[in-house]
Design a protein around this ligand. Structure first.
Ligand code: UDX
Length: 438
């Protein structure tokens, strides 16, 4: 089959590469010519483990081509997947202008029957509205069928998720289009759910919001465990032993970030409100998430006030919203640095994806220093704040660290460490809900 994927972000690019690996002829189409030029040379504009190798292989086969000539790609294709961004507007609703411009391009270049599949996360009702819009713009509804095909790829493991999908959701009214989509993804379908547009759209929002709810729930348990002297990691373990609950997304910490959870929870709240429904759970999920890092900051400030002279020097380990990605969007680490800035003489960032100050949100802030090694970051520092659980931080020698820090204090924002081991190394351990008040 010939397939065009419009949008070359992590979802679009991963999908294009994987479809080429399934022996389809794939056009990765994007309006950003600079991005297309990079991808043509096999250079990914983002970090995604393993994807660069498969991208190089697929480019070599000639089955995968990146292009900014979107019309020509559409005309040569049987299926068009739309994987453009739907960023949040200031009021929390999703901005679908990139989707609309992709739809307009399809409408004026369509030259025969195509399946148009929307992978972008769009508000409930968008696909129905879009089908009607395209019918009117194209003038001949028999030229296309629209399928809602939400994606569930995680940044940092998008390739793994593509090859091991839990499920494929296809929403639409045309059996012909659903069959073509099944043929395109075969054998990477997992469990298949065929449903209507609105249900498919809501499945995506409900899934992300439910996972966000699990995280805020366990973060609330961490708050309770903290006061009660219980260990939240053990609470999560014990809860996870119940198969009805499951072990995943119960890792307490500084809260969720990224390009999906914060935006999707906000958008679902906005949708609920538009529909006249209360979104009490989701609003609380968001509130818990927004205040979670404050609790760690408060502990740090209290600990420092008693021991270290202001202004402080703090090492911040990890700036990305999670490990194995270079994405800093909505990263709790950013909020933490912002809040620390006022009281600090220096904030030393260490993150494997950050080499220069220009790769941080503070390129001109002289208090923010980008470090290359753990030693450099910790030397005479008043505290270390672990924000992202990159593998490189798991192996730090905290005994050594205690000797080179001015005041050996560690805030573990991801429950990466065993508190006893850290304390035994001579470092004061600050966490939330880690059994016993430090
Ligand atoms: C998410 C969904 O998992 C994916 O299905 C969807 O397609 C896109 O959104 P992603 O944003 O890449 O993927 O990251 P994910 O691994 O889900 O983590 C999201 C955030 O939650 C991160 O900030 C992560 O650190 C945090 N998190 C995750 C926790 O704080 N605790 C957990 O137990 C799990």
């Amino acid at each position: 089959m010939n397939i065009t994927v419009i949008g070359s972000g992590y979802v679009g690019t991963t999908t294009a590469v994987v479809l080429a690996a399934l022996h389809h002829r794939v056009f990765g189409a994007d309006i950003d010519s600079a991005k297309v030029a990079k991808l043509k040379q096999g250079i990914l504009p983002f970090v995604e483990p393993g994807l660069d190798q498969l991208l190089a292989e697929m480019l070599k086969t000639g089955r995968l081509v990146f292009t900014d000539q979107i019309e020509a790609a559409i005309q040569a294709s049987d299926i068009i997947l739309i994987a453009v961004g739907t960023p949040p507007r200031p009021d929390g609703t999703a901005d679908i202008s990139f989707l609309m411009s992709a739809a307009d391009t399809i409408a004026h270049s369509i030259n025969g029957y195509k399946v148009i599949a929307v992978k972008s996360t769009v508000p409930v009702g968008t696909n129905r509205w879009l089908a009607d819009y395209l019918s009117r713009k194209i003038g001949d509804p028999s030229l296309f069928d629209l399928v809602s095909n939400p994606e569930f790829l995680r940044e940092g493991s998008a390739l793994y998720d593509s090859f091991h999908p839990d499920r494929t959701v296809l929403g639409g009214i045309s059996q012909r289009a659903i069959q073509l989509m099944k043929d395109a993804y075969k054998p990477l379908i997992g469990r298949l759910l065929v449903t209507d547009w609105e249900t498919a759209e809501l499945i995506k929002y409900a899934s992300n919001s439910f996972l966000a709810t699990k995280i805020s729930f366990i973060n609330e348990m961490a708050r309770i465990a903290d006061r009660a002297g219980a260990d939240v990691t053990q609470v999560a373990k014990g809860m996870g032993m119940d198969r009805r609950i499951g072990t995943e997304f119960l890792q307490a910490g500084i809260g969720y970030g990224g390009s999906c959870f914060p935006k999707d929870v906000k958008a679902l709240i906005a949708t609920a409100k538009e529909l006249g429904v209360g979104a009490e759970i989701l609003e609380t999920v968001e509130r818990v998430n927004q205040t979670q890092s404050d609790l760690y900051l408060r502990k740090l400030t209290e600990a420092l006030r008693g021991t270290a002279k202001e202004p402080w020097v703090i090492a911040v380990f990890g700036l990305t919203f999670k490990r194995d990605t270079d994405d800093q969007r909505e990263s709790p680490a950013i909020r933490i640095v912002e809040q620390l800035l006022a009281d600090c003489q220096e904030i030393r960032i260490l993150d494997p994806t950050v080499e220069f100050p220009s790769q941080t949100p503070w390129p001109d802030e002289r208090k923010v220093v980008v470090c290359q090694t753990v030693e450099e970051a910790l030397s005479a520092a008043d505290a270390a704040f672990l924000c992202t659980d990159w593998e490189m931080f798991a192996t730090i020698d905290w005994g050594e660290a205690a000797r080179c820090m001015r005041t050996p204090i560690l805030v573990d924002g991801r429950n990466l460490y065993d508190p006893e081991t850290i304390r035994a190394a001579g470092v004061r351990y600050l966490g939330l809900g880690r059994g016993g008040v430090p």
